[in-house]
Design a protein around this ligand. Structure first.
Ligand SMILES: [Zn+2]
Length: 293
């Protein structure tokens, strides 16, 4: 196998932003001999310091001839850093012949080894693995945590790899758990048309009476009226939607919406089916930070 100069294009298929680290196409300990597996790591870098403070270490290695450490870096935001197209020193000694340095790709995700994983970063992690599996004809079962193929390693911490691989398998199969614009609009509407309870911010402020209901138009035009949380939530969603040119469709859908009970936003954002990638959102840490078990 040659240097894997398609890796940046593969990463871009995730929909997440990609940084091509200068020189990546020829970086490596010679060409990559084979791709039979994918190994997931955490960097054990600093707790703070921006999106991907471990870049220099992953690219240049520690003192000595061990650069580079892995093919990809993964920032806290979900940004993918393409570091190397050749063989990397990311897993030795390996307990799996399909996951040693000559037969596998490495992904080093920024994390200090104990802090919660941002939802966007986990989403990007699964999608990058899925795209790599598709590119190299691998099943999701070939994605392994470093700790699963090297007895001395703990990484990546707290990610349930059975669930992680199940998510990758769904992505490989073309399924997508992200909502349509209509589902988002319905969910926002439902969230904001509750009966006002006495302990809400708006009730305490005297803006709304306890027991009062807020209709869809009010919810959309005066989201501040119900509560600070709703206000910030809608503002966040609108910002995301504007970036995907679906905000007008959502507003229209919300105006047509009728009251429905039951389904909360968090449920709606996890529903869906095939072919919805154009509406994919990255809700960030607010959605499920730390829920990696
Ligand atoms: Zn590792």
């Amino acid at each position: 196998m040659p240097f894997l100069t398609q890796l940046a294009a593969v990463a871009k298929r995730t929909g997440f932003p990609v940084t091509e680290v200068a020189g990546w196409r020829s970086r490596g300990h010679g060409p990559q001999p084979a791709v039979e597996g994918i190994v997931c790591h955490h960097t054990a870098g600093p707790a703070g310091g921006g999106d991907y403070p471990s870049l220099a270490v992953v690219r240049d290695g520690r003192p000595g001839p061990d650069r580079p450490l892995s093919h990809f870096g993964l920032g806290r935001s979900g940004r993918i850093y393409v570091v190397a197209a050749g063989r990397c020193w990311h897993n030795a000694p390996s307990t799996s012949s399909l996951h040693d340095n000559s037969s596998s790709l490495g992904i080093e995700a920024e994390n200090n080894g104990s802090q919660p994983w941002p939802a966007a970063q986990l989403d990007a992690y699964r999608r990058l693995c899925a795209q790599l599996c598709t590119e190299f004809g691998l099943p999701a079962a070939r994605v392994r945590a470093h700790r699963e193929v090297n007895r001395q390693k703990p990484d990546p911490h707290s990610i349930n790899m059975t669930d992680f691989r199940a998510g990758i398998a769904r992505l490989i199969a073309g399924e997508d758990d992200m909502p349509t614009a209509k589902e988002i609009a319905d969910a926002v509407y439902e969230r904001l048309t509750h009966e006002v309870s006495a302990d809400t911010w708006a009730a305490k402020q005297g803006i709304l009476e306890p027991g009062q209901r807020v209709d869809a138009r009010t919810a959309w035009r005066q989201t501040w009226a119900y509560g600070k949380d709703g206000y910030h939530r809608v503002r966040e969603i609108l910002t995301l939607l504007r970036g995907q040119d679906v905000v007008d469709a959502n507003a229209a859908a919300a105006h047509r919406a009728r009251p429905r009970q039951g389904r909360a936003l968090s449920d709606a954002t996890h529903r869906g089916g095939a072919g919805r990638r154009q509406h994919r959102l990255q809700f960030g840490q607010r959605r499920s930070a730390g829920s990696t078990a």
